[in-house]
Ligand binder design. Structure first.
Ligand code: FES
Ligand SMILES: [Fe+2]
Length: 443
């Protein structure tokens, strides 16, 4: 842990914001697998710098298609291995040619191997290396102690007949305030529906308001439930709700948002989004899941972008400060879920100190098969809709008009999406302004 990035907790909640190894929370977070990239970012062998939990690393895929995640800096004299080149096996430093494999072994030291072969100097050299796995088109990393748990195989990764995309953004604030947003039902009304409306220059009418919220824990996270002035206790937003997936995500059915700590003051947002194709397009198999990264600030003004759903979330998160000061909060009844997840993490810090696994660590392969989760409004995802039904349903239609969650979707991803869906795009508004505040908001 570097001294300059250490901060002294001002409240006990503040413990939860620390990500470095050697801190209680940093060690707890290392008990889980983290998504760090889309596999499609390295379609071809190569390297990609990664910073995760305060550690500078390099992800690579070698010519033999083995993935590795090793220290960013060469064990010899610290050259930057993201400029190294991959071989049939491993990543070679571009300075003096030392070669490392995914286990951190040094496979070659070209000069030393020739001039002093008897010394076998390389046998003593080991570079920091972490396990990597691929699931759902995502690349996952595990930085914790062995034995490593399993990468959770959530059901949506194996849902059929869907177009999937992976969307990233770098957010300059601590990951935990982003994750607190995963159990915050009331903000939908004010951050998305009503602010979206005001951003469009309208003053009303405001969206149906929340009249009741509830929070409950289940094996893999928490559920938050809500009744709005236009819904009842029979609505699935009350009977099922949405999922704060442990420890690092919001799952709403059609997408999951991971909050990945880069370090104490920066977060990588990784969204995995799913759009079921119309029934007429089945069976549909997606060959490649595209990955793209969207901007969060307006280049001209330097202000945060506010046009899309998650961009609006980003504004609220960074607005809380680089590391939100929990000692200066004034929590209300709508924050019940936030208090629950904070308490759960504090209890898990104790569990890890006792040598136990924290919540939702999965080790049993028999259980880790397409794990079913609570999903409100499941049927359009599970059974699918016809083209006509998609165009008639305002929520589905809106998802066809453009990627509503984040700005910056590349045209080729939009084209691939429309091709998968079997639409030509002429039926819809321009992709760069899909956000209609009068259309039903994400719930
Ligand atoms: S610094 Fe990497 S081989 Fe010398
Ligand atoms: Fe939100």
């Amino acid at each position: 842990m570097t001294q300059d990035r250490m901060h002294k907790p001002r409240s006990r909640w503040e413990l939860l914001t620390q990500t470095d190894t050697g801190t209680p929370m940093g060690d707890l977070l290392r008990r889980y697998w983290w998504p760090i990239a889309g596999a499609s970012e390295l379609d071809r062998p190569g390297t990609k710098p990664v910073r995760l939990l305060g550690e500078d690393l390099v992800l690579y895929k070698d010519l033999g298609e083995h993935w590795g995640l090793i220290d960013r800096h060469c064990r010899h004299r610290r050259a930057d291995l993201s400029y190294g080149y991959v071989e049939a096996r491993g990543l070679r430093c571009n300075y003096h040619g030392w070669l490392y494999d995914e286990a951190g072994s040094c496979l070659a030291q070209p000069y030393e191997d020739v001039a002093h072969p008897e010394a076998r100097l390389r046998d003593a050299v080991h570079i920091k290396a972490y396990p990597v796995a691929e699931l759902g088109g995502l690349i996952w990393a595990y930085l914790g102690p062995e034995p490593r748990p399993l990468v959770p195989d959530w059901e949506f990764f194996s849902w059929p007949n869907g177009f999937r995309q992976i969307v990233k953004a770098e957010i300059p604030c601590n990951w935990f305030q982003c994750q607190e947003n995963s159990i915050d039902p009331v903000h939908f009304e004010w951050t998305h529906s009503n602010w979206g409306l005001r951003l469009k220059g309208r003053t009303g009418p405001y969206a149906p308001h929340h009249v009741k919220v509830d929070f409950s824990e289940f094996e893999y996270g928490f559920q938050y439930k809500r009744i709005r002035s236009d819904t009842s206790e029979r609505d699935e937003l009350w009977t099922i709700g949405r999922v704060c997936l442990w420890p690092n995500a919001l799952f709403t059915g059609n997408h999951i948002e991971y909050r990945v700590p880069i370090d104490d003051e920066n977060t990588l947002s990784i969204t995995w989004a799913f759009n079921r194709v119309p029934k007429e397009r089945e069976p549909y198999v997606q060959e490649r899941i595209p990955t793209w990264q969207g901007p969060i600030a307006d280049e001209k003004t330097g202000r945060w972008i506010t046009s899309h759903v998650m961009n609006q979330d980003f504004v609220t998160w960074v607005g809380q400060g680089r590391i939100a000061d929990r000692s200066r909060e004034y929590l209300g009844p709508s924050d019940g879920g936030i208090v629950m997840i904070r308490r759960r993490f504090l209890r898990d810090l104790d569990a890890v100190a006792r040598g136990e696994d924290p919540k939702a660590v999965i080790r049993d392969p028999a259980r880790n098969r397409s794990i079913r989760l609570p999903v409100a409004d499941r049927w359009p995802l599970g059974e699918g809709l016809t083209r006509a039904e998609m165009l008639r349903d305002p929520v589905t239609r809106r998802s066809l008009e453009g990627y509503i969650f984040q700005t910056g979707q590349p045209p080729e991803v939009r084209d691939a999406f429309l091709a998968a869906m079997g639409f030509n795009g002429a039926e819809f508004a321009p992709a760069d302004d899909p956000f209609d505040p009068l259309a039903p908001a994400p719930r």
